[in-house]
Design a binder for this molecule. Structure first.
Ligand SMILES: *Cc1c(COP(=O)(O)O)cnc(C)c1O
Length: 729
């Protein structure tokens, strides 16, 4: 019997619902929502790079209405829209219970970059990813929160590799109409315009709103027709240009950001500076208070109480420093209204305020004008207290007021679809393998409850029980994920080869071995991360890849900063090895590392390698993304792994210490890496029972999930920030 047609009014509701949902990044961490857009245009989903907004432009309104007359599809849309609205309207949330004050006076979280999804490339690396994950968890927990950043018209660069295996950069212009963002309007319905004085010019700024679940991120945009071109270009690229561009971007972010919040009537209780880039916001807060009649000293004190600061790196280049002439030129409009001379203003950014040779450091400014500061892991806390002891010479080093909150990742957002389905199936249809009734309490749940489940220790603890998930199933999942990575890699390498014509033939369909232990490495190619370290033992590594019984192989990816030739030389070296050495076919380099590539790699690899020069990796987060997918960490005991590793949940390279001499350190780490690989990783992975199951390996995966997923999630991290910093004044 035919089903009755769906009334046009309801079709209209569903169409509007889909448009509303596409413009909220919630769909990026909801599997069913993504599948709706994918179903609308499977090929478009791939070619438009998983962009829901673009899919709804690709499919005509008429087609959409017709397609919605398919009752099964319409039902799925209804179901997902209900989840979406339930999520937005949920009343009994962690934030309403534990942090109701923030709903009136939110946290304003300033970050020069936000990594949210592969279609919004406005992040350069880990700092931005962390900001994006922080925001998603702020939404999940439902705390009062607003992100502030810049809209970079050309985003961060895309990577292409030329004939000499040298990284080249290209940019493509982002079209806001194709992105989940909307213009911010004023009370009259006109584009809101914020004004900030930079050098001698009043620069006009537009604003955009990005909806991330329940919370917004506001992006400032200098591409206003009234601005001269060089000012319009200020928000063209993430960290683009020289230090003049940089200081001007930071004036826009800090000063413009505060003015934007005021224009929207938002009265934050806390201004959270994610890294020093946003530190000029402190000066704007002082100015506001002086305009209202406070003295400089009182305004300084009151502003300090409003700000908190997170430092993210002990690497010198990660701390912006501007010389006196540049500050005088670009930022004099900051010092004048707060009645400071140029030298006094410079003093705010100096360790020794009177030293005329010292440049202006944004980290120093942020540390001076914040009520609390933190590093991003325990070891990084210790290193940061030593690094900034100079600012607090009268205190012992362990009393330097920099604490730590270890980073995390947004678990639902990083979990690959295959993995989400796997866990979700076990959650929603809990058929216990052994027939015991204990798993009954995992009742069928709606979507947002699923997100809550995966942030609960009980859920992951449950998975240590082989009655709940058998070793056979877990191993089947791991094989499926490795297969998916392999096929993704083959496709990508074929595309890469088509762009640059290669003389030598690569047999793409036989590239990589589906049975080999697959080791992944992907991150920014900053030299301290030492990407080529494992190939120091070249001949030994070649032998391991050729072991017919216990083969290993490597997948690499990562971008070097456009001006970092040493990082580019590392990329060149690895690509050269992948094409011309005895590692050919056993080592691949995937170009254009981004969120999508990251998700493929952290899920499909068996081992996630990290070998930074300790203690320079403040936290690191990519290894955290690997855990919920069943990929094990093999890492130096730096950053988060020093806290996470317990002997049973992955692999450590070397000891909880490091020699002072870097050459000695490199030599030692390379030897230890090889040792752990050959004595622990490979033997455990290939230790199979008569049915081919590696029980010891799978036990480590279970241990990792039970001990790491929840602890290194942004759900835990944002709760920590809220309790320790946002609510404490
Ligand atoms: C997670 C992530 C990073 C940060 O990784 P680290 O391990 O902290 O270096 C950088 N880039 C992308 C695209 C990521 O997804």
């Amino acid at each position: 019997m035919a089903t009755k047609p769906i009334p046009q009014t309801e079709i209209t509701n569903l169409v509007q619902g889909l448009h509303r949902m596409a413009r909220n990044l919630w769909w990026t961490w909801d599997q069913e929502a993504q599948e709706l857009f994918q179903e609308l245009s499977p090929r478009g989903w791939t070619t438009l790079y998983h962009n829901a907004v673009a899919i709804l432009r690709e499919v005509s309104d008429y087609e959409l209405r017709v397609r919605l007359q398919d009752p099964a599809f319409a039902n799925n849309v209804r179901y997902v829209l209900k989840d979406f609205d339930d999520y937005l309207n949920e009343k009994y949330t962690w934030g309403r219970k534990y942090a109701p004050a923030l709903h009136e006076h939110p946290v304003a979280y300033f970050s020069a970059e936000f990594g949210l999804h592969e279609t919004m490339p406005i992040a350069a690396g880990g700092l931005g990813m962390l900001a994006g994950d922080h925001t998603k968890s702020a939404s999940d927990l439902d705390i009062g929160f607003v992100g502030v950043s810049l809209f970079y018209r050309e985003g961060y660069f895309q990577q292409a590799i030329d004939h000499n295996n040298w990284q080249t950069e290209y940019y493509s212009r982002l079209n806001p109409e194709n992105l989940p963002m909307e213009p911010v309007l004023d009370a009259k319905g006109q584009r809101l315009v914020i004004q900030v004085r930079i050098a001698l010019t009043d620069v006009k700024l537009y604003a955009w709103r990005v909806n991330v679940g329940r919370v917004p991120i506001l992006l400032l945009d200098a591409d206003h027709p009234a601005n001269e071109q060089h000012f319009r270009d200020l928000t063209r690229r993430v960290y683009g240009g020289d230090s003049t561009t940089r200081i001007m971007q930071e004036i826009i972010l800090g000063v413009g950001g505060v003015r934007l919040l005021r224009a929207l009537g938002i009265a934050p209780s806390t201004f959270h500076m994610n890294e020093g880039h946003a530190a000029f916001l402190t000066v704007e807060l002082i100015r506001e208070k002086m305009v209202a009649g406070m003295t400089y000293d009182a305004a300084l004190k009151a502003s300090t109480r409003e700000c908190i600061f997170t430092t993210h790196t002990p690497v010198e280049a990660g701390h912006d420093r501007f010389n006196s002439e540049l500050v005088a030129y670009a930022a004099h409009a900051l010092s004048e209204p707060i009645k400071l001379t140029h030298e006094q203003f410079m003093g705010l950014g100096r360790v020794k305020p009177e030293d005329p040779r010292e440049p202006f450091c944004m980290t120093v400014l942020a540390l001076k004008i914040s009520r609390a500061a933190n590093a991003v892991s325990e070891l990084h806390g210790r290193v940061s207290r030593e690094m900034w002891h100079c600012l607090y010479p009268h205190r012992p080093v362990d009393q330097v007021p920099i604490g730590h909150i270890t980073n995390g990742v947004h678990v639902a957002g990083w979990m690959k679809g295959t993995v989400r389905k796997f866990w979700r199936q076990r959650l929603v249809h809990p058929e216990p393998a052994s027939g015991s009734g204990t798993t009954r309490f995992w009742k069928a749940k709606a979507g947002h409850d699923w997100a809550r489940e995966i942030n609960s220790p009980e859920f992951w603890q449950k998975l240590t029980d082989p009655d709940f998930v058998s070793d056979e199933e877990l191993w089947a999942l791991r094989y499926k994920l490795r297969r998916e990575l392999l096929e993704f890699t083959r496709r990508r390498l074929l595309l890469q080869a088509q762009r640059v014509t290669h003389e030598d033939f690569i047999a793409f369909d036989s590239l990589l071995n589906p049975d080999a232990l697959t080791i992944g490495f992907a991150r920014r190619f900053a030299t301290y991360k030492r990407a080529p370290l494992i190939f120091e033992q070249f001949d030994n590594i070649v032998k391991l890849t050729r072991d017919a019984r216990r083969p290993i192989q490597f997948v690499f990816a990562g971008k070097a900063h456009p001006r970092d030739d040493a990082g580019k030389a590392f990329i060149q070296k690895i690509i050269h090895l992948s094409k011309y050495s005895d590692l050919k076919g056993k080592l691949v380099f995937i170009e254009n590392y981004d969120v999508h590539v990251a998700r493929q790699m952290v899920s499909g690899c068996d081992v996630w390698l990290n070998n930074p020069r300790r203690p320079l990796e403040a936290s690191g987060t990519s290894g955290m993304k690997a855990v919920c997918q069943g990929c094990l960490n093999l890492s130096i005991l730096d950053g988060w792994w020093r806290e996470g590793y317990n002997g049973e949940n992955g692999f450590a390279i070397g000891a909880d210490s490091n020699p002072a001499d870097v050459n000695e350190q490199d030599r030692l780490d390379s030897a230890n890496l090889y040792k752990t690989l050959t004595e622990q990783v490979i033997p455990t992975f290939f230790d199979r029972d008569e049915n081919g199951i590696p029980h010891r390996w799978l036990q480590k995966i279970r241990n990792a999930m039970a001990t790491l997923v929840v602890r290194f999630s942004t759900d835990r991290m944002v709760r920590d920030y809220t309790e320790k910093y946002y609510l404490a004044k």
